[in-house]
Design a protein around this ligand. Structure first.
Ligand code: AMP
Ligand code: MG
Length: 339
C-alpha cells in the first residue's frame, strides 16, 4: 500500500476522512484516550481490514464509538438503567460499557460474543467524523498488536505507514491510556474489566456495587486462567526493550537497579526521583494522571534510545494509577519484582 496520508483537523480534511471511511477504508483517528484505527462498524470487510492492519487476534473484540444514546440504542438491547446513569455522568468520555448486542452488529466486531463494547468519545475530531459517516466506528488502538498504544500522530505513522489509508492529526491525546471497560454483573452491579482514567471511586457514586476484576492486578500469566475481557489476556503494550516492573520505594528501587547495571539499562522513574538519581533514566511524570498521559510514549522512546532493559518504578496501584500499573504488568510480560 502507498504511504499513509496525513490529514489535518480542518473541515475539508475531516470530510475526506469520512468519505474514505464510508467507502470501507481504514483511517486512524485521534480520541481523548489514544489514537484509534477506525472503520465503519457495520461493514464486515472494513472491520476485517482493521484486524489485518494491526495483526490483531480475531477473538479480541472491538469497541464501537457513538455520538448519541440513540445511536447506542440502535445497536444494543436490554440496556440496564444504570447504564444510562453512567452515560449521563461520564459520556462523552473514556468509559466503555459492554451491552447485549442487536443482530445488526457484525460478529467480526465482537469476536463472536453476544455483547458489544460501546463508548461515546469526547474528542471533537472523532465526534465530527462519526457524525459525518452517520454510523458507529469500530476502533481499537492504532498500534501494531502487542506494541505500546499511540498517543501522537508520529506513533501512528511509525506503526501503520503502508498498512492503512490515512491518519487525522488531533494533537497529543489528553488521557493517554485506553478507556475504562465495564460490564454489568447485575442491574446495579458493574465489574471493571480494564481500568482507565475513570476510576472505581468515580463509578461507585452511580451504582450500588463496583467489582474490580481480579485479572486487572494479577501478575499471573493469564493463559492459564479464564479472562472475561479477551484483550486482557495477551502480552501487550510492549516495546522491543525488555521491561521489568519494580514495586517498592525509591531506595529499594535504586538498590535493585544497582545489581543490574549494564550498557543497555535505563530506569523509568517519577519526576521527583530524578535529582541525584545514580543511573541512566527517563521520567514519566509526577502523579498518576501525568503517568497515564506519558507511559506509552516513554515506552516507545526507550526503543528509540536503544534501551535493552527498562526498569520501571511502579506507579500507585489505586485511582488512575491502577490503569498505568495494569498496562505496565502486560508491557513487562508479567515480569514484576517486589523489592
Ligand atoms: P482496544 O480496542 O485495544 O481498546 O481494546 C478493547 C478492549 O475491550 C479489549 O480489552 C477487549 O477485549 C474489550 N472488549 C471489547 N468488546 C468486549 C466484549 N463484548 N466483552 C468483553 N470485553 C470486550
Ligand atoms: Mg489496544
Amino acid at each position: 500500500m502507498k504511504d499513509i496520508i496525513c490529514l489535518t483537523d480542518r473541515d475539508s480534511d475531516l470530510e475526506k476522512a469520512a468519505s474514505l471511511l464510508k467507502s470501507g477504508k481504514v483511517v486512524a483517528l485521534p480520541t481523548e484516550t489514544v489514537y484509534g484505527l477506525a472503520a465503519d462498524a457495520t461493514n464486515c470487510e472494513a472491520v476485517a481490514s482493521v484486524f489485518a492492519a494491526k495483526g490483531r487476534p480475531a477473538d479480541n473484540p472491538l469497541i464501537i464509538h457513538v455520538t448519541s444514546l440513540s445511536m447506542m440504542e440502535k445497536y444494543t438491547e436490554d440496556i440496564p438503567r444504570a447504564a444510562y446513569r453512567l452515560a449521563e455522568a461520564f459520556w462523552p468520555g473514556p468509559l466503555t460499557m459492554i451491552l447485549p448486542k442487536k443482530n445488526n452488529v457484525p460478529e467480526i466486531v465482537t469476536g463472536g460474543l453476544d455483547t458489544v463494547a460501546v463508548r461515546m468519545p469526547s474528542h471533537p475530531v472523532m465526534r465530527k467524523i462519526i457524525d459525518l459517516v452517520g454510523k458507529p466506528l469500530a476502533a481499537p488502538s492504532a498500534n501494531l498488536s502487542g506494541s505500546p498504544s499511540p498517543t501522537t500522530l508520529a506513533h501512528v505513522r511509525k506503526d501503520m505507514n503502508g498498512r492503512i489509508e490515512a491518519v487525522v492529526d488531533g494533537g497529543e491525546c489528553t488521557v493517554g491510556v485506553e478507556s475504562t471497560v465495564i460490564c454489568f454483573d447485575g442491574y446495579d452491579s458493574i465489574r471493571i474489566l480494564r481500568p482507565g482514567f475513570i476510576t472505581a471511586e468515580d463509578l461507585r457514586k452511580y451504582v450500588d456495587e463496583v467489582i474490580i476484576d481480579e485479572n486487572i492486578l494479577s501478575d499471573v500469566v493469564p493463559e492459564v486462567k479464564e479472562v472475561r475481557s479477551p484483550g486482557m489476556k495477551y502480552k501487550h503494550y510492549s516495546p522491543a526493550a525488555r521491561v521489568v516492573l519494580v514495586c517498592g520505594d525509591l531506595d529499594h528501587f535504586i538498590k535493585y537497579a544497582a545489581t543490574r547495571k549494564d550498557e543497555g539499562m535505563c530506569c523509568l522513574i517519577y519526576d521527583q526521583d530524578a535529582e541525584g538519581f545514580p543511573f541512566k533514566y527517563m521520567t514519566y511524570g509526577s502523579d498518576s494522571e501525568e503517568q497515564a498521559k506519558q507511559i506509552f510514549s516513554k515506552l516507545r522512546e526507550a526503543d528509540e534510545k536503544g534501551v535493552k532493559n527498562l526498569y520501571v518504578r511502579a506507579p500507585q496501584k489505586d485511582g488512575v494509577g491502577l490503569a498505568v500499573y495494569n498496562r505496565l504488568i502486560r508491557a513487562a510480560g508479567y515480569e514484576v519484582v517486589e523489592t
